[in-house]
Write a protein that binds this ligand. Structure first.
Ligand code: SF4
Length: 474
């Protein structure tokens, strides 16, 4: 792109999806080691914005120590005759996209969770100042979103100065999210889709409804509507909701069609309010993951910033890897914090009656949306650090799942106590061959079925060698 001739590194869509490992990074801005980080866009009056002005409060990239992490606030003020505060969230989400166009510059996540890395290579090429980053962003915004007529950027890296603006940013995000609450999925005839993350997860398509916020937590239904209207050919698009095929699981004919089209047939069916069966896909920038804990038949939730291992002994990164990449994985489900405030949150799985554990920080944030009688029954890291501790906690607090375990145990006991009708068969049952396998491929009529974690009981096992098709034909 010739408009970046004065920038020492390349800028282009080809760099989207580029990952920078710790050993290759010059500096990290935001990320898990830093508490205060944010990106925020505000719509202002024309006379309040000086187009192209770039301000830095705090140390510049070149003054930062190699290999270290620093706080960062990216505050962008925009003005334009057609701009409306409703568009702030959508314009803000473009920061992610445009930053990733820069060679050797990686931007992950959104809002209060941004995580940026600059590569050593790009730094050595001369990309060493926020002035350069500001110039790239300014030019991209102006060329890609013509409704932005004026734009000024302030970068804040001073740890003292960032705090008050960070606190203000959190309030602004909350006000935005609150706007979309109250509207129900059944009341609208249009949803919105977003494929911005396909650069990282090619088969991912977010479906944004009033009651199912985008996975990244950055785009509400209102944001989706605003974005699709100003840039209909952009990554956010309208979805005709269509027929309600299943109101509990959240299946809609229009969603199935749109997702099929946008994932080129990879995903053909989506159930919006469940983590099982055909769950919504997860890209990589979800704010949290709901993970199924088979030992208690419930869900744990862990968020991106959680520094320890979750109650199942795994860190966020490992749990996230189990579901990221645009897949539909049973029992592992990328979610946003705002979706946890929705009445549809995991509705088909039991909602909060099925949730057993979450970090204290997340619980604080969603507390007012958890049914009052369940708040004290859901454990945090202060109550349980292992599955055994969790079980004990749930029993002591009388979590509704405990009743369910009891019923299951009773059912099994009843079954065991039931009279055996055909007595002669009993000895055979004891010696029934059992096959346990982590992965067991079975080939039937040209179709290979893979049974994972299978345990098979059979009265008789016959093992025969099978000739290959070629041999048979020959
Ligand atoms: S997580 Fe979803 S809504 Fe957010 S940017 Fe990615 S695709 Fe779009």
């Amino acid at each position: 792109m010739s408009m970046f001739q004065d920038i020492p590194v390349d800028v282009g869509v080809v760099y989207e999806g580029e990952r920078i490992r710790r050993k290759d990074m010059q500096v990290e801005l935001g990320g898990p080691d830093v508490k205060e980080k944010f990106e925020l866009v505000r719509v202002k009056k024309a006379d309040e914005v000086e187009d192209g002005k770039i301000t830095l409060i705090g140390p510049d990239i070149k003054d930062m120590e190699e290999g270290k992490s620093y706080p960062l606030g990216i505050f962008i003020e925009v003005a334009g005759a057609k701009l409306d505060p409703e568009l702030e969230g959508v314009i803000e989400r473009r920061i992610h996209q445009y930053c990733n166009y820069i060679e050797g510059f990686m931007h992950l996540n959104q809002r209060y969770d941004i995580w940026i890395r600059l590569s050593k290579k790009s730094f050595q090429k001369g990309f060493n100042s926020f002035q350069l980053l500001g110039k790239v962003l300014h030019r991209l915004f102006k060329s890609e979103l013509p409704i932005v007529e004026k734009l000024q950027i302030t970068f804040i890296t001073d740890p003292e100065k960032i705090k008050p603006i960070y606190d203000e940013a959190l309030q602004i995000y909350e006000a935005r999210d609150a706007r979309a609450r109250g509207l129900k999925d059944e009341e609208v005839d249009k949803f919105y889709g977003c494929v911005l993350c396909q650069s990282f997860a090619p088969t991912h398509c977010c479906v944004i409804t009033p009651q199912r916020y985008s996975n990244c937590g950055a785009i509400s239904w209102f944001d989706g509507r605003a974005s699709a209207s100003i840039d209909p050919k952009g990554p956010v698009f309208e979805i005709e909701r269509g027929e309600i095929l299943d109101p509990v699981k959240g299946e809609f004919s229009g969603v199935n069609e749109a997702v099929k089209k946008r994932t080129l047939g990879e995903v053909t069916q989506v159930w919006l309010y469940t983590a099982f069966g055909k769950p919504h896909t997860s890209c990589g920038c979800f704010e949290a993951v709901a993970f199924y804990i088979p030992e208690v038949d419930g869900f744990g939730i862990v968020h991106r910033g959680y520094p320890d291992v979750a109650v199942n002994g795994l860190p966020f990164s490992t749990i996230a890897d189990s579901t990221a990449g645009g897949r539909q994985v049973d029992g592992f489900h990328g979610v946003s914090i705002e979706y946890m405030r929705s009445k549809k949150f995991l509705q088909a799985d039991g909602g909060y009656t099925r949730v057993v554990w979450m970090p204290k920080e997340v619980k604080e944030r969603v507390k007012n949306f958890i049914p009052a009688e369940l708040v004290d029954k859901i454990a945090t890291e202060e109550d349980a650090k292992t599955i055994d501790e969790l079980k004990a906690f749930l029993e002591a607090r009388g979590h509704p799942l405990v009743q369910r375990w009891k019923k299951e145990v009773e059912a099994v006991a009843e079954e065991a106590a039931a009279p055996v009708e055909v007595k002669e068969e009993a000895p055979e049952a004891v010696s029934t061959p059992t096959l346990t396998a982590a992965t067991l491929p079975v080939t039937v009529g040209g179709v290979k079925i893979i049974l994972k974690d299978a345990k098979i009981y059979a009265k008789k096992v016959i093992i025969r060698t099978v000739k290959s098709e070629k041999e048979n034909k020959g």
